[in-house]
Design a protein around this ligand. Structure first.
Ligand code: 3EB
Length: 347
């Protein structure tokens, strides 16, 4: 573990400048971390053949093929000194105000995916609390064969069951759920990476959609534990973490077999989230989809050409929003595309 400076005691939420920034950039993750790594909190790389858990805890390797442009990295840069290391199997990096981390579990060590997800969330939420960053802002979940299994045995539903069994242990958990994504990857093992803060964010739900944690029984034994977006205010900017957003209206998937219409519907859902964020933080009333800081686009393989889909997205995002395109299975069989976003709104 590098020891730049001991962590300080918790200050009040007001007056804290945004402690990090995020960008997509072309490069090699290991090389970037080996070079000028002092202020890096995380470097997320994508690819079917990336490593697994790396020597550097800040290198997060997501086993999804990146399609389209030359491979981009998602780079989380701290504005404050960083400490990093491994603890209880969790690889982490932190500064005074935020904690970034990842956990990879071998499913074979557990009797079921439900149990593996339960254990993973137990460990991650305990770790966040023990470190003093008890407010989960954002979680990403990747595991293979997400659509395999019938009805309640479908692996996504079993994953949701284990995750929910952990969150349910906390009182009022439905008011403190992180934004999330859950995608089928091309390698064994459950990878969860996350961002947590010392001070809470605001949970945002989408009025066009039933909250995922209130989905009816037909979608599985336990509803998925995530919020549609999380809003985080700092002294100099507001940030909005937008969950994986799909062509879901109410609780139903819409525009089956039509990736163009699904992509349009996602645009409407994202606009609804910006509108909803503006009710909590009036500065977001001037936020527009063409000023999103980043989009991660997940495409079900063999369901459309990346250049065509980029055009569909750009009808609502405009030409300038940085995007990465990843091939992965979406958690409902009838969804062909899912898009997550990040909005950094400086004052
Ligand atoms: C949906 O709206 C689409 O289980 O963590 C999106 C984002 C979806 C996160 C999750 C699932 C998750 O229900 C699926």
């Amino acid at each position: 573990m590098s020891t730049a400076r001991p962590l300080e005691s918790e200050p009040s939420a007001t007056g804290i400048a945004a402690p990090f920034s995020v960008e997509y950039r072309y490069g090699d993750a290991a090389q970037l971390l080996a070079q000028d790594s002092e202020n890096l909190l995380a470097v997320v790389e994508f690819g079917a053949d990336v490593g697994r858990i790396n020597e550097d805890p800040r290198q997060i390797s997501v086993a999804l093929e990146q399609v389209g442009d030359k491979p981009l990295l998602e780079i989380w840069r701290s504005t404050l000194p960083v400490e990093h290391g491994f603890k209880n199997g969790v690889a982490f990096a932190r500064n005074e105000h935020i904690l970034v981390g990842q956990l990879v579990l071998n499913e074979n060590d557990y009797p079921s995916l439900d149990e593996a997800a339960f254990e993973a969330y137990q460990r991650i939420l305990a770790f966040q609390r023990n470190q003093g960053y008890k407010h989960a802002l954002r979680m990403w979940n990747f595991f293979p064969d997400i659509n395999v299994g019938d009805a309640d045995d479908e692996r996504y539903r079993q994953f949701s069951l284990g995750r929910a069994r952990t969150f349910e242990q906390f009182r009022h958990f439905e008011r403190a759920l992180p934004a999330a994504s859950a995608i089928g990857s091309y390698r064994s093992g459950l990878l969860i990476h996350f961002v947590a803060a010392r001070t809470p964010g605001v949970q945002i739900e989408n009025p066009r959609q039933v909250s995922a944690f209130h989905y009816p029984r037909q979608y599985g034994p336990k509803s998925p534990s995530f919020s549609r977006a999380k809003l985080k205010d700092w002294a100099d900017e507001s940030q909005l973490y937008i969950s994986g957003t799909a062509s879901v209206v109410g609780h139903e998937s819409v525009h089956l077999d039509d990736v163009e219409a699904q992509t349009e519907e996602i645009g409407r859902n994202m606009q609804a989230l910006l509108d909803e964020a503006a009710r909590h933080q009036p500065r977001f009333s001037k936020a527009r989809l063409d000023e999103l800081s980043l989009l991660r686009v997940y495409l079900r393989p063999h369901h459309g050409n990346v250049d065509t889909i980029r055009e569909y997205i750009q009808r609502w995002s405009g030409p300038n929003v940085p995007m990465v395109f990843l091939e992965g299975d979406i958690c409902r069989q009838d969804l062909l595309i899912e898009i997550e976003g990040y909005y950094q709104l400086p004052f």
